[in-house]
Design a protein around this ligand. Structure first.
Ligand SMILES: NC(=O)C1=CN([C@@H]2O[C@H](COP(=O)(O)OP(=O)(O)OC[C@H]3O[C@@H](n4cnc5c(N)ncnc54)[C@H](OP(=O)(O)O)[C@@H]3O)[C@@H](O)[C@H]2O)C=CC1
Ligand SMILES: N[C@@H](CC=O)C(=O)O
Length: 399
């Protein structure tokens, strides 16, 4: 049955409540001793005596040996998680922003204080990708890991593409269903999948990358012309993060919308579902599919981490310990569909070549190749123009 866990839970929102619902369905020898929340005036589904707004009441309780951090504030989460690890408490978190920004330091804290931090729910909700990267692919050379890592933006894309709903109403539904981050620009702007791919890259390649160095352009400027372009080509638009090995020394990591064809597994990943494609040297391509957002799917991943802590499970960061010496390189060439409003913007963008160009009063685009570094340099003016960029995925461009 494993050792008894006395749990201090932080956060009783979508995921916290989802976790609680799951926990009452099975006796795993753990108990929620206290739950920290922010707003004491909110109505709760559990007795008031279980709740506190004082984090120290939990962190200083010697009986509480396990902290589950499920709050919607990355900075406060960092304080809670580091204090818990330093006090010898094991932690489960689903806070991808906090983990991606601080991962290197969090690994060091685990080693220094002999504690364990697990975060399966932080990457692609219910899909057990971190444990698979850690345990199953520990000795496998990985060429790439990519897919759909954000439930909200995929939900929006499904609704606008398949059901002709408006972008705004689809976003509102994703928020109402509890899929979206408190600030939804994290979802639609590609920040959330960037945090997730940065975490996955640490386990796939042993590199700890500052998320600020990774390109993220999302679906925030998508319009009907972009949808029409994809439909005419029999394709769909998906928001796709990728981490891919470029050579013996470098890895390319970025998040961009992508035009995907019927023969791509991602084509049929709809709504809040996520899909993770792993391209490995010997196993070849493998595909993981499951719900990427929502209280119960994410709660299930958190529940599995809690269960693993009963047996003192820790990530070993095996790829990082292999000292592969890999680093991020943004000098990656890609082909993009680039729809823009102002001709001035196009003049600012350094394309290596342009294979297709269309101009009319209300719709202008080019298809051409450029580097991720160029998109990073011009990201602000691209977004301010209302331009939309999507990788075509058709041409492998040498870098
Ligand atoms: N929703 C999803 O599908 C998924 C979410 N995640 C991640 O899980 C985490 C939680 O998300 P979610 O449940 O959706 O968020 P919610 O907004 O639904 O809930 C957040 C909870 O955190 C509490 N809270 C906020 N600040 C503090 C604080 N300083 N101390 C104590 N409690 C605090 C809130 O309290 P109060 O109730 O008083 O407002 C609330 O109960 C986030 O990191 C998110 O990115 C990960 C995967 C999927
Ligand atoms: N906002 C996130 C929640 C899960 O990580 C998403 O939509 O995927």
């Amino acid at each position: 049955m494993g050792k008894k866990l006395n749990i201090g839970l932080f956060g009783f929102g979508v995921v916290g409540q989802g976790l609680y619902d799951i926990s009452v369905s099975k006796n795993l020898n753990f108990e929620f001793k206290k739950i920290a929340i922010k707003d004491p005036s909110k109505k709760r589904t559990l007795p008031e005596s279980l709740f506190t707004t004082d984090k120290e009441e939990i962190l200083n309780d010697p009986e509480i040996n396990t902290i589950i951090e499920l709050i919607n504030d990355a900075e406060a989460a960092y304080e809670i998680v580091t204090e818990a690890l330093k006090k010898g408490k094991n932690v489960v978190s689903a806070n991808k922003k906090m983990i991606a920004i601080h991962l290197k330091e969090l690994v060091a804290f685990q080693e220094e204080y002999g504690t364990s931090l697990l975060y399966e729910g932080s990457v692609c909700g219910s899909i057990p990708i971190i444990r698979n990267l850690e345990e199953y692919y520990d000795n496998e050379l990985l060429f790439a890991i990519s897919g759909i890592f954000n439930g909200s933006s995929n939900y929006i894309l499904s609704k606008v593409f398949n059901e002709n709903q408006s972008y705004d109403s689809a976003l509102k539904k994703a928020q109402d269903l509890g899929f979206a981050e408190t600030n939804p620009i994290l979802d639609v702007g590609g920040y959330d999948p960037k945090f997730k791919v940065a975490i996955a890259a640490a386990h796939a390649y042993g590199i700890f990358v500052n998320p600020d160095d990774i390109l993220n352009i999302g679906i925030q400027n998508l319009n009907n012309n972009d949808l029409k372009y994809a439909r005419e080509k029999g394709q769909k638009i998906k928001l796709v993060p990728i981490a891919k090995k470029l050579n013996e020394a470098t890895v390319g990591i970025y998040v961009l919308p992508k035009l995907v064809s019927k023969d791509d597994f991602l084509f049929n990943v709809e709504n809040e579902y996520n899909g993770v494609s792993v391209q490995a040297a010997f196993a070849d391509q493998q595909f993981f599919f499951g719900k990427g957002a929502g209280g119960h799917p994410t709660g299930a991943a958190v529940f599995s981490d809690i269960s693993a802590l009963r047996y003192d499970y820790k990530y070993e960061y095996k790829k990082a310990k292999q000292n592969l010496g890999l680093s991020l390189d943004n000098n990656v060439g890609i082909e993009v569909y680039f729809r823009f409003n102002s001709a001035e913007l196009l003049k600012e963008i350094n394309f290596n070549d342009v294979s297709e160009s269309y101009n009319s009063k209300n719709y202008n685009y080019v298809v051409g190749t450029l580097t991720i570094a160029e998109l990073i340099a011009k990201k602000e003016i691209i977004l301010n123009d209302g331009a939309f960029v999507a990788e075509t995925g058709k041409r492998e461009v040498n870098h």
